[in-house]
Design a protein around this ligand. Sequence first.
Ligand code: EPU
Length: 419
Amino acid sequence: MEKLVVKGPTPLKGEVTISGAKNAAVAILPATLLIDGVCTIENLPNISDIKISCEILEKLGAKITWNNKNSITIDTTNINTTKAPLDLTSKFRASYYLIGAMLSRKGEIEVGMPGGCKLGARPIDQHIKGFERLGATVTVEKGTISAKAKKLTGNSIYMDIVSVGATINVMLSAVLAKGTTTIDNAAKEPHIVDVANFLNTMGADIRGAGTDMIKINGVEKLSGNATYSVVPDQIEAGTFMLAAVATKGDITLKNCITKHLESITAKIIEVGGKVEDHGDSIRVWCNQRPQKANIKTLPYPGFPTDLQPQMGVVLSIADGASIINESIWESRFQYTDELNKMGAKITAQGKTAFFEGVKKLSGAPVYSTDLRAGAALVIAGTVANGSTEIYNLEHIDRGYENIEEKFRKLGAKIERVTE
Ligand code: EPU
């Protein structure tokens, strides 16, 4: 078993380069199934979710060449099965994108129920509604989702809930459909725009991505033969920004899009941090104990749920009492029990958590309960006095490229140890 051992406290200082966005990359990889040919994808984060995605695509018949640890060339000319490996697809969430992509490519697909972080109920009714509106039939039975369509025809779709996954999935299924599809009440996250940009680069006709109304004019085919670079990861960037504030450090983030970080910047300034915005890089520092603040997570451009646990670490040591309202997921406060083991005073009730700021945290053995909780514990370990041991690293490795190396370069005393 592996664990991270972090010895604190250390103010994190220096430069960090942000990797490509996990939640864009896990959609762009299945989107290559829409291309009858070859394309190259760069700035892929080197994380386990990407390795599993590639393994699944290879099992479907794609040929993948790794150009370096962050770039692949993928040839999807010979997709020879419509049954995705059930064991691999149920290992992570984004396997649901195989449904939209394979409905487009082959008119048929069978995948295992998507896995991923346990954040409460994660229904996919809006995805299914979208596929059905385009003419597909979908059945969910014995842990397997099967979708079929003789022909996909464009239609208007109203999303009852703002959903990242359903917006991207419907986009994937509509790109090659006959006629025009509109998605109303679409999600607006940077990764939605990135997937649309990727598809448009390959020949799709998608307009309005990044607004709440997306229009997709179906095209005959996507031609490939292009290179695409994945957008920088908004959430990895936010994680390092909040690490700078929590540790009273001074970090410059390279390769980020600061426009995507506005809600985080606003909250950092509110808690007493300082931010210098250079467009594609950003400097964040903090010379004082963070001040209290209230947070409500919301779909983009609101404060992202995927940074809520990292913000929770900042508020756990803030001067004064704070409240976080989690409006996206039912169970995203599991990390608060772990922070309490380190001396925090947090009471979580349903979708609300109350933070009574403490002056310091102290090291303890803790368990990463999901991906972002894991990142929060790495920050907490860097803030805390003494030694913190973080277990369940498989969650962190799903979404952060080389987390310990990036933290170490900023001065953290962090080691991965095999027990
Ligand atoms: N929802 C439904 N029905 C649906 C789809 C969603 O009720 O058909 C609900 C969900 O239960 C949730 C809300 O709508 O309450 C939003 O869910 P969404 O579909 O936007 O989430 P997702 O696509 O499953 C992606 C990210 C998550 C991130 C959320 C919200 C990927 C692979 N995952 O999940 O990322 O928290 O959007 O921004 O893109 C993470 O990276 O740590 C992570 C969990």
